[in-house]
Design a protein around this ligand. Structure first.
Ligand SMILES: [Fe+2]
Length: 397
């Protein structure tokens, strides 16, 4: 099952910017919906990037924050443009979840409150999917599911509490939430399906991305409990989320079969302050291997924005190719590779015969293995974030 994943677009409108009352605070992004040429429109440009590739993508999944500051015109334009991308690329499903920038979390009059409640459910194409039953469940419970091939996609609305409350409203609209009822509903759906592969889509993050690059501790309070229940549900789960604007792929640490968690990069937002060096605008394709049993496994492919067009990602955090499904033992991989002794270039195919999990090494792990092999006259060689072989020099001993 393949999903094209976009998140945190934060599109703006020049007309709104120039009108009285327009935007407040930071700019959000420099993507204006009035820009219709692909070189200045990162949504439309996805078509140019992927149209010549025979990818057979099953679904376009948007993880929220389509527009910046809940402006309705950019939101509806982005939603329409995502459908254009899907149509051009032959993608049969377009599904989104709500981001905190897609609803007015701070409505202070009756008209704004009405929009908060009804706007998304009234737009065309229908949001968050074209499936009426899916949408009914989404708006009623904040949880809905759709079978896509041999995978079950479950969408969660982590912004349902936004706009509620008074005394602690600032906390409510800044933190995503999963109620106990929503978590139970997800587990009930999973228990009832015959499908073994579960893809969860949500805007907010169920666990902190990284101790260094994610300095704000604003994960969903019940996130770890949710992930642990997924880990013990007997299925293979991958969780997709946005909100942090930081691309990362991690595996949860506890439970029988922990889910992988893909933190999607922002498609077009400007960097957060102090996170500039980690920032890049990306979209991803998740190839979830539904033919594999055991650990959830597959490949995440990423592209990054290069000023006027999409290009394959060269970022270490989310390089162009990132396999998942095996957590390699770095020390063991280094020891196994040191046992090889024929001089010259050894292909990845060769290496996998000797070192279990070598093809799953991240860029950081590749560096760690190379450090452990210092003095062994050999070095792993990577391309686009993936090991492609190893060079053995001298007598190889
Ligand atoms: Fe965002």
């Amino acid at each position: 099952m393949k999903a094209l994943i976009v998140s945190d677009i934060h599109a703006l409108s020049m007309d709104i910017r120039e009108s009285a009352g327009g935007y407040s605070g930071g700019q959000g992004s420099d993507f204006y919906i009035e820009n219709r040429h692909p070189s200045r429109n990162p949504i439309i440009s996805i078509v140019d990037c992927l149209k010549d590739k025979d990818l057979n993508i099953d679904a376009l999944v948007c993880l929220g924050d389509l527009a910046h500051q809940a402006k309705k015109l950019p939101l509806i334009t982005v939603w329409s443009d995502l459908h254009f991308v899907a149509e051009e690329l032959g993608i049969p499903h377009v599904i989104s979840v709500t981001g905190n920038h897609d609803i007015d979390s701070r409505a202070d009059n009756i008209r704004a409150a009405e929009n908060r409640l009804e706007y998304l459910s009234q737009i065309k194409p229908e949001f968050p999917s074209s499936n009426q039953e899916f949408n009914d469940h989404y708006y009623r419970n904040g949880v809905s599911a759709l079978e896509i091939g041999d995978c079950l996609l479950i969408a969660l609305d982590t912004c349902r509490l936004h706009g509620l409350g008074t005394d602690r409203a600032d906390e409510i609209f800044s933190v995503g939430h999963l109620t106990d009822g929503m978590i139970s509903a997800v587990l009930d759906i999973i228990a009832q399906t015959n499908l073994n592969h579960i893809l969860i889509a949500m805007h907010h993050h169920p666990q902190k991305i990284d101790e260094i690059t994610d300095p704000t501790y604003d994960q969903i309070p019940s996130g770890p409990v949710f992930l642990e229940r997924l880990a013990n549900c007997g299925k293979q789960c991958v969780v997709l989320h946005g909100h942090k604007h930081l691309g990362a792929l991690k595996r949860f640490v506890t439970g029988q079969n922990p889910p992988y968690i893909l933190s999607a990069s922002s498609l077009a937002a400007l960097p957060y302050r102090r996170l500039e060096r980690f920032h890049t605008n990306q979209f991803h394709i998740l190839d979830f291997h539904t033919h594999e049993q055991g650990s959830p496994s597959g490949v995440v492919y990423s592209w990054e924005w290069g000023e006027v067009a999409w290009q394959v990602s060269g970022r270490d955090a989310m390089p162009h190719t990132r396999r998942f499904g095996v957590e390699p033992d770095v020390g063991q991989v280094a020891r196994d590779l040191l046992s090889l002794n024929a001089v010259g270039f050894r292909s990845l195919e060769d290496l996998t015969q000797t070192a279990v999990g070598v093809e799953y090494l991240s860029v950081k792990q590749m560096d760690e293995v190379n450090c452990l092999m210092v003095g062994g006259n050999r070095k792993l060689v990577g391309e686009r974030g993936q090991v492609i072989g190893m060079l053995i020099q001298g007598d190889g001993s």
